[in-house]
Every structure is written in structure tokens, then in C-alpha cells.
Design a protein around this ligand. Sequence first.
Ligand SMILES: [Zn+2]
Length: 422
Amino acid sequence: MANVSTLRFGAQTDEVTSLLRIVNMVRVGDAVTRPEIGRITGLGRGVVAQRVDRAVEMGFLEDAEYAPSSGGRAPRTLRFRAERGRIVVCALGGLHIHVGVTDLDGAILDEAHQAWDISRGPDETLRTATSMVDDLLARGDGTPVWGLVVGLPGPVDFETGRPVAPPIMPGWNDYDVRTVFEQRYDAPVWVDNDVNLLAAAERSRRRDEAVDLIYCKVGTGIGAGLVSHGRLHRGANGAAGDMGHVRVPGAEQVCRCGKVGCLEAVAGGWALVRDAGAAIADGATGPLAEAVASGETLTLEKITLAAGRGDALAISLVQASARQVGEAVAALVNMFNPGVIVVGGAVASTGELFLAEVRQRVYELSLPLATRDLAIKTSENDSREPLRGGVDLAKEQLFELSLPRWFAEGRPTVAAVHGAHG
Ligand SMILES: [Zn+2]
């Protein structure tokens, strides 16, 4: 996300504008010496020197080692002082809490993980999450928090930081998650859907600043994060990409959201557990059926592991899920024309078994122009992805979008970043 030209400048003077640009250029590594800054910005040597001095004085940049000489005197390199602030990511899943602390470049300094059922409600859940964050910060060196990102497993109104009627989160509807964190840590907070964090993590991995990407998560539930031209597309209310609840023609299963025939009720992880149980009760055989007969509880993890070991029932369930997901993704491809589709989540962790079916459906059902340069791949399947994505989102908000508003204060404040939202 190195595109400094996407900074939104308000009524800034030329001086502030070029100062912001220089800080960001050094931060992302587009230019690291004064002569390079001069070449890219077109500013004269004296002006560059004066701006850099100012950025050093404000604590954003500092002189580092000398660059390799290309004949004359070697120029001094500059570095962004990423150690001056901390970014905190708090990724809440349906059944776990994962928190991490990073520097301003996004290097993960410390993290903690614990099993947790989010249906225990917002009060208890956020008390637990904030105490995990407190522990991490207490282990650190007292560097101030510059921003926090909270990921939630349901639809979130990004502007207000409140969940909107999340199907698996009783008590969370319209809960003011942002204020809980802002008041505790005195730093700006962004709350987003967990799949958007995963989409942001994929975005940060790519050199292409204008990538068009869909991250499709097929876990217990199903959702998608959309990145349009390098920006997360959240839609008017934050509901964009909520593909788990599109109607599958002919399907009659009741969904967790209360509607009938949702994609998630047919192809989500909880639907696979339901269908595997029904098939075994109906006389299906194989290792998975034997495990159930010996008293084991059926879980999504057991189904995906069984599929990987060649269990015919598990394989057919995973493939059926992939075909339904593939049809929904094909519709998205025709409308959105992404360059990359990344498939992640527990069901998709079966890898090629899942991916092959999705690919086939997408190529069968999408327009040739939409799939001409399309890459479809599985995610890294790394537990740190939500942290990486959260940090990417925080850096985007802090340095690409809100920097002009708080720059003069030297560090981001809640009031400067979010205005008087209360
Ligand atoms: Zn539904």
C-alpha cells in the first residue's frame, strides 16, 4: 500500500503536503535518501533538506547508515521510526481470541491466543480480550498504542464500529465495540469483519497496489472480503461480501440466520457436520463412520482430516461444498472481475480437493473475459493471517487516510482520527 498519491489531503499547505509525502515515501521504502526524495518529488535540495529536518524533529524519521556510494559522497539513508508506536490487533473468531502487538511497520512483537466461545456475549468477551491485550502491553516497554484493529466474525458497520445482526453472536447487535477499546487504550480503533482482515493480509502480500481480489473464507460459516483496486470494498453498510447468506436455488435447509436455503446452510462447515451425521445414520461406511460408531463426536476438523486421508464420505461432502461455493464465486467473478481469488478457512484447508472443484465451477460458469487472467489459489492457512491483515488495515488508516488530520500532533489521537463520533 505504498501509493502516497492516494493520501487524502484536506486544506493543507504545500509544506505539510510534501512533508506527509516524504514521511510516507521513507516509511514504505519508495525513497530512502535525500537525493532520491528530490528525484521523485521534484523538490529542490534545500527544500528536501528542510522538510526532512522537520520530519526528524517531529520524530517520524531519523538518519541511518550511509547508502552505497555511486561515485561521489555517499548519501545518508533515512529510516521511519516504526518503534515509536504500537499497533494492537484483536482478532475474535467464533471459538477463539487471538491478540497481537506490532510496531508501526507491522512486525509482530508479541501475541497471545486462547479458546473462547463468542456466543458468551460482548461484555464477557471484550473483558477477556482486553485483559489479554493488557497482559501483552504490560510485558512490553510502555511504548504508546497508536491504533487498534478489532476483527469480528460477523457483519460490522465500519463507520460506527458496531456489529450488525451477527447470526452467531447473540447480544452483539449494535454493541459499541469501538468505544470500549478507545476508552481503555486512548487510541483510534477500527472494527471490521474478520474476513476483511484476511483479505487485507492477502493484499499486503502482493506487490500490486491496485489489486482486485476476493478472499473467500469457507469455515464453519462462509464469507468473502473484497479488495477493489487496492482498497477494501465494504459497501454502503459494511455488508459487502456476505456471500454465506445468498440463496442456493432449490435448497431448503434452515440457516443459522433464520432464512432458508443460504449457501452456508448447504456448504458451510456446520452444514457438513450435519450432513455427515445424517449420512452415517443412513448407513454410510468408512473410517469417519467407524469413529462415530465408537463414540467420537463429529466435528468439522475430523471431516477435513478424514477427507485428507481418503475417506469417501468426507471427500464427497467437501467436494459438494466446493461445488456450491464455486457457483457463488462464479457469480461474484462475473460481477466483480477480480484478478485473484483466494480460498481459505477450515473446509478449504483440504487444499487441492476443494480448490479443483471451485476452479472447475468458476471456469464453467464465468464469462471468458472475466477469467482470462484470473488466478485461483488457497490461502497461506497460517494462524497469524488475521494479525497481519489487522496491521495492514491499521497502517492504511493511520498513514494513508488519516495522517493529514493528526500529523501536526505527532501521534494519532481519537479525536483527530475519528472526529467527534462520541
Ligand atoms: Zn443464512
